[in-house]
Design a protein around this ligand. Structure first.
Ligand SMILES: [Zn+2]
Ligand SMILES: [Zn+2]
Length: 191
């Protein structure tokens, strides 16, 4: 299920959150363009930072670029991460089989969510369920079980590759996968 984000116990406004960092210099010609602020320390040691805090106006804290002087309002990475997670729910493709014809209106409407758009019409010789699509008036069949098995195999392949390259155990990956931010390539269901 989409919508989970990994959030540390304490989050400061400029901390990268769940892979999201939206605070950086926005001047395309500036050498600091797109560079994250890191932790901004006050007083001694401040010189190592690319930015300083500088209020835009009352109640709005700003991030001033030390290279070009441009000030951007500081945005909550957590807020953006939460918004991305919310939106990604809608970007997730619908679950389950649909009419396979690319030009059909039902292409993105799964049978499970829109049973009224399809009509069961018996089974094929190898036992796949056959459907009539009311969108395009054509028939197609769905090998539910083998599709499911195929998907599980893809999933397992991805997990195994990560385990090999990162030297971690599958349970670790599965724990992390449930907390993946939306900006990380998806593990769920597909490779
Ligand atoms: Zn700048
Ligand atoms: Zn169709």
């Amino acid at each position: 299920m989409a919508g989970f984000i990994a959030v540390p116990a304490r989050v400061r406004a400029l901390d990268e959150t769940a892979g999201v960092q939206v605070n950086f210099c926005r001047m395309p010609t500036c050498p600091n363009f797109g560079k994250p602020p890191g932790s901004i320390r006050r007083g001694r040691g401040g010189a190592v930072n690319l930015y300083r805090r500088n209020g835009l106006k009352r109640g709005v804290s700003g991030l001033q670029c030390k290279s070009c002087g441009h000030i951007s309002p500081i945005k909550s990475n957590l807020g953006v991460a939460e918004e991305l997670a919310r939106i990604s729910v809608y970007l997730d493709p619908p679950a389950g089989p649909t009419c396979p014809r690319p030009d059909c209106d039902n292409r993105d409407r799964p049978i499970s969510a829109h049973p009224e758009l399809y009509q069961r019409q018996g089974k094929t010789e190898i036992g796949s369920q056959r459907y009539l699509c009311h969108g395009c008036g054509r028939r197609f069949s769905v090998a539910t079980k083998s599709t499911h098995r195929q998907r599980r195999t893809d999933h397992a392949g991805v997990i195994n590759r990560i385990c090999e390259t990162k030297h971690v155990s599958p349970p670790t990956i599965y724990r992390q996968a449930r907390l993946l931010p939306p900006s990380v390539p998806r593990l769920r269901g597909r490779s």
